[in-house]
Design a binder for this molecule. Structure first.
Ligand SMILES: NC(=O)c1ccc[n+]([C@@H]2O[C@H](COP(=O)([O-])OP(=O)(O)OC[C@H]3O[C@@H](n4cnc5c(N)ncnc54)[C@H](O)[C@@H]3O)[C@@H](O)[C@H]2O)c1
Length: 328
């Protein structure tokens, strides 16, 4: 039986929405963007010109007038003001960008609503769709990993809200949630964090109050320990290194490149897939009933644990490195 073509709306038509739009250009057989909402009319106009959709400045009006199967929430972290609840009330499936809120209670309420209404909830943690990740995870599952050493260094995003901690959440929460999430995905849940941060490296950006960098010690549920260094003074590089006995180790980069080293062999590989595209296509296929829900590997129900983790890290780095348990 032919599966239906779904109707999709967007709240927020800025930078990350363009990333999704590029995928929706290729998903026209399966999904149609029928409505775009943004506070900035020039952004909804550009979206309407591209997709022939209706445009709104108020998401309540959009939900009142449209019959949507799914809605993307692509607003800045500090702007989640109840839009998910308005969608949930209408029975609309959600794809929410990371970090899904700067308030864990808010995210928990969203999750409760998704569960209660039996909706599909996804989060923009597209790095989980890298084709090499299952292979890397399988290798890790068959080794007794002792310790992990990871880092992510990137640039400073120039959107207005990024430099304002109460709008973005700060460097670890807004940027490195991707990498902490991949650590959780590969090594399991984290039960304790201790973190330190510093500022004073980046001096040429006005009104900036986010951390330049931080260092975190992670203790995983099964006893593994790890360190994670991250910063936004660029240039970009990242890597997760995990070490077992007898010289066995793995290096994984977000994006899918990996090197596995064992006493008698070295394997290198890379993921050749467009994991951002796969992330959106999987969401579309699950919403339209062409794939079972288990195929969605970035559900809100699990992403919220990565949100709790970065909030715990942030709490520790701003409280003298005190040990904090990531808890929902
Ligand atoms: N998954 C990823 O790799 C990735 C990459 C970049 C950004 N992001 C995330 O995506 C989110 C948005 O980031 P961005 O770079 O697109 O920001 P942006 O500033 O370019 O776009 C955000 C848009 O939301 C709109 N907006 C804010 N409040 C609104 C409201 N109440 N109603 C309608 N529109 C509203 C703004 O006008 C703006 O156009 C952030 O949470 C960010 O962390 C994710």
């Amino acid at each position: 039986m032919a599966k239906k073509k779904i109707k999709v709306g967007f709240i927020g038509c800025g930078g990350i929405a363009q990333f999704h739009f590029g995928h929706y250009d290729k998903l026209k057989e399966k999904a149609q963007i029928v409505a775009a909402c943004d506070l900035r009319p020039e952004r909804t106009q550009a979206t309407a010109d591209r997709f022939g959709c209706r445009q709104y400045q108020d998401y309540n009006e959009m939900f009142a007038k449209e019959k949507l199967d799914a809605c993307y929430v692509c607003v800045q972290p500090g702007a989640h003001d109840g839009m998910e609840f308005a969608a949930i009330e209408k029975g609309i499936n959600l794809f929410v960008q990371k970090p899904m809120s700067l308030d864990l209670k808010y995210a928990k309420k969203v999750l409760a609503g998704i569960k209660k209404q039996k909706l599909i909830g996804a989060v923009g943690l597209q790095c989980r769709y890298s084709a090499s990740l299952p292979l890397v995870k399988n290798w890790i599952n068959h080794k007794k990993i002792a310790m992990i050493s990871a880092h992510r260094l990137g640039g400073f995003p120039m959107v207005w809200w990024w430099r304002i901690k109460k709008e973005s959440g700060g460097q670890a929460i807004e940027q490195t949630i991707h990498d902490f999430d991949i650590c959780r995905y590969l090594f399991g849940d984290v039960v304790l964090v201790q973190s330190a941060c510093r500022r004073g490296i980046i001096t040429n950006i006005e009104n900036n109050d986010v951390e330049d960098c931080s260092s975190t010690i992670l203790t995983f549920a099964d006893g593994k320990i790890g360190t994670f260094n991250t910063g936004c003074f660029g240039p970009g590089e990242n890597g997760i290194n995990a070490y077992a006995q007898n010289g066995c180790k793995i290096n994984y980069s977000i994006g899918g490149n990996y090197t596995i080293t064992e006493p008698n062999m070295t394997i290198t590989g890379k993921a050749g897939n467009d994991y951002g595209m796969e992330c959106d296509e999987t969401f579309v296929d699950v919403v339209r009933g062409a794939l079972p829900q288990e195929e969605l590997i970035n559900p809100y129900s699990d992403a919220i644990k990565s949100l709790a983790l970065v909030f715990a890290i942030d709490k520790s780095m701003h409280n003298g490195g005190m040990p904090v348990k990531p808890e929902l």
